[in-house]
Design a protein around this ligand. Structure first.
Ligand code: ADP
Ligand code: MG
Length: 353
């Protein structure tokens, strides 16, 4: 069979952290860093993947327990294979060569890019056609099978459904997606703090459980349905409710081309993640401060927190300068080694023809 190639982008989330699993709203965009899978069909019922000079080999019908696959990244292959098998994929094997320009573990969702690109190659070989949201659901399930972490669907959905020049307003309850075109002259910068995410898995599960308990206490299906009055005395739940409102307001501000307003919402989001949801670190706080001092409209931690990256918006003709100035100031102040990514919004995953 001829070689087929598939690409799937990473993402940065502009607004809405810890809202997805509360059935709320998020505002990510797919970015110009991607995972590319080059695949050919195999006739022995094995999925044989190569990345980073290593090889993972799993049963094409999903019989291998994903969390036990070695090397470690092979768990994601096992997860995708199993999640697609459950959706009726014929157990056709592939040889897959995988390359990615999404930096792993930097908060730009290398894992979702990896899962989605592999999923497209497997669907193609197994002649399975799935709706975009179903590909995302399968990859979300794959991530949970691989890592045991019950993460939301944002990363996979934006990798599948991203639109060039736009962010996506995603309703995580209905999975409805609306495009939000980015205003002319705005740039999006992600800066990794140089700190690995620590406590992420345990703290994430703990926050998630606390949110679910808060919803139960209120007799609600999810915190998405809570009003500000109902949660005013509970900082964790309050973050979720105010963050949902900020997602909708940021989408409106971007549609209006009001970058200053969007920037103020970024700053408010960071304060809420820091003070109410308590998932920031001194490094992330310092990085946000330095980006704003350097002239960004606003900045906020992005992702689960406890290390990882921040995202900022700024005037596009100043993006390089603002990123460099803030990174240098942060490096001097915190003795850490940041990495700046100026991000362009691109289309979601697909075949490379
Ligand atoms: P993030 O998604 O924010 O980059 P994660 O911890 O969710 O961070 O995912 C990173 C993991 O994804 C890596 O440790 C690795 O297992 C897997 N991964 C990502 N890209 C690749 C790649 N190109 N090759 C192999 N594994 C990859
Ligand atoms: Mg990830």
């Amino acid at each position: 069979m001829a070689l087929r190639r598939f690409r799937a982008p990473g993402r940065v989330n502009l607004m809405g952290d810890h809202t997805d699993y509360n059935e709320g709203f998020v505002l990510p965009m797919a970015i110009d860093r991607e995972c590319v899978v080059t695949a050919t069909r195999r006739d022995d019922g094995r999925v044989h993947a190569r990345s980073r000079g290593e090889t993972a080999d799993v049963d094409a019908a999903g019989a291998d327990e994903p969390s036990a696959v070695v090397p470690e990244w092979g768990r994601y292959i096992g997860g995708v294979v199993r999640a697609l098998a459950a959706r009726g994929r014929a157990p056709v094997g592939i040889d897959a060569e995988i390359e990615s320009s999404v930096p792993a573990g930097s908060g730009l969702s290398s894992s979702a890019a990896f899962e989605v690109a592999v999923a497209l190659a497997l669907c193609d070989a197994g002649a399975l056609t799935l709706e975009a949201t179903e590909v995302a659901r399968a990859c979300q399930e794959a991530e949970r099978l691989a890592t045991g972490v019950p993460s939301g669907i944002m990363d996979q959905l934006v990798s599948v459904a991203g639109v060039a020049g736009a962010a996506l307003l995603i309703d995580c309850r209905t999975l409805d997606v609306e495009r939000v075109p980015l205003p002319d002259g705005i740039a999006v910068i992600a800066v990794h703090s140089g700190m690995p995410r620590t406590l992420e898995t345990s703290a994430y599960a703990e926050r998630r459980a606390a949110c679910e308990a808060a919803a139960r206490r209120l007799g609600l299906r999810a915190l998405r349905d809570a009003t500000l009055d109902q949660v005013s005395g509970d900082p964790l739940a309050r973050h979720v409710v105010t963050e949902d409102a900020r997602v909708l307001e940021t989408a409106a501000a971007l549609r209006d081309g009001d970058c200053e307003r969007a920037g103020a919402l970024f700053s408010a989001s960071h304060a809420s993640l820091r003070d109410d949801f308590r998932v920031s670190t001194p490094e992330l706080d310092a990085l946000v401060e330095e980006l704003e001092r350097a002239g960004a409209y606003g900045a906020r931690l992005t992702g689960a927190g406890f290390g990882g990256a921040v995202v900022a918006i700024c005037a596009s003709d100043r993006a390089g300068e603002i990123g460099a100035t803030a990174a240098a100031a942060y490096a001097g102040r915190m003795r850490r080694d940041p990495t700046v990514f100026v991000c362009i919004a691109v289309d979601g995953a697909g075949a490379i023809v």
